[in-house]
Ligand binder design. Structure first.
Ligand code: CP
Length: 322
């Protein structure tokens, strides 16, 4: 649902909210904005960052929040369908934020809720192996901030590495990057975990320059941004064969910092496993902790935008911080 204009608007709004939130008066202003709204966080898959940053974003904007993270204590245990559960939440709340293991379910629920007597917004906080759109928003915001003093995000080379087949963050980000001119995308993964043909078809249709390779280490010197991802072993078939590859070939280590451009950046949606060496954490080019915190600000901006509060925020910003 986002294109370049709306991405720019959200990133600007996130920056304004971030700056407003630095003062006590600013926090008070923000916490009055949506104090009459309630949000439901429905996460039927594990999450730390997405759940907590949405929770914090709702709190910053003054919303009251309820959560279902353990469906074993909901009426789904009595046989209620997830569709009926979502409709139930829709009766009590003004917005639903949901993470599910099922591809397409959030879109289906958004359509269903838009056709009820009480239409309300629904945010996809990660769906199956397919999409993680708000992660892509925070990734775009992080890339924009990282390249602010280095010509912007345009004309950059972004290298994705890891489990690209089952990593929904890469699928969502690859798409949003098509809205920026002359971004080259490289997908570095073992053959068994390579990016899906549907994403490459999308890039072909958008006229984007891309490469697909098994040689991650060879891509590092030319990269402006390296986007590491973990192996999504939760999707392995317990009775099936595990993908075979040498994980060290698809990891970023302190030695790789020596060949990364001085202006390059390393991102990771986190959580990480062995693919990203903690020895890189203190290098100024390692932006993944900042990226994680950016999630809270971009999610504040998204929620404020959904409820039409961007003008109020911009007015406060201009009057008090400009
Ligand atoms: N990046 C991300 O989605 O992290 P969580 O699974 O902890 O929410």
């Amino acid at each position: 649902q986002f294109e370049r204009d709306s991405l720019d608007l959200l990133c600007d709004l996130a920056t304004r909210i971030r700056r407003i939130a630095k003062s006590r008066d600013g926090m008070k202003f923000l916490s009055d904005l949506l104090c009459h709204k309630r949000a439901m966080l429905y996460f039927s898959q594990p999450s730390s960052r997405t759940f907590l940053s949405f929770y914090a974003a709702c709190q910053i904007l003054g919303m009251r929040v309820a959560e279902v993270r353990d469906t074993s204590i909901s009426s789904e245990m009595k046989g209620e369908t997830p569709t009926d559960s979502v409709r139930t939440f829709g009766s009590y709340f003004d917005m639903i934020i949901m993470r599910t293991p099922w591809q397409g379910f959030v879109e289906e629920m958004a359509w269903m809720l838009s056709n009820t007597e009480r239409p309300l917004p629904i945010i996809n906080a990660g769906s199956g192996k397919d999409q993680h759109p708000t992660q892509a928003l925070l990734d775009i915001y992080t890339l924009q901030r990282s390249f602010e003093k280095n010509g912007g995000l345009e004309n950059k080379h972004v290298v994705f590495c890891g489990d690209l087949k089952r990593g929904r963050t890469v699928r969502s980000l690859s798409r949003l990057l098509t809205y920026y001119p002359n971004i080259r995308q490289t997908f570095a993964a073992p053959e068994a975990l390579q990016i899906g043909q549907d994403i490459l078809d999308q890039l072909d249709a958008a006229g984007v320059n891309y490469d697909v390779t098994t040689d991650f280490k060879a891509t590092i010197p030319d990269a402006d941004a390296i986007y590491m991802t973990r192996v999504q072993s939760e999707w392995d078939n317990p009775d099936g064969e595990k993908p075979k590859y040498n994980w060290a070939d698809y990891s970023f280590t302190a030695a790789d910092l020596l060949v990364l451009k001085r202006t390059g950046v390393i991102l990771h949606p986190l959580p990480r496993r062995q693919e990203l060496d903690p020895a890189c954490d203190n290098d100024p080019r390692a932006v993944y902790w900042r990226q994680m915190r950016n999630g809270m600000w971009i999610r504040c901006a998204l929620i404020a935008n959904i409820f039409g509060r961007e003008q109020e925020i911009t007015h406060y910003y201009m009057m008090n911080l400009k």
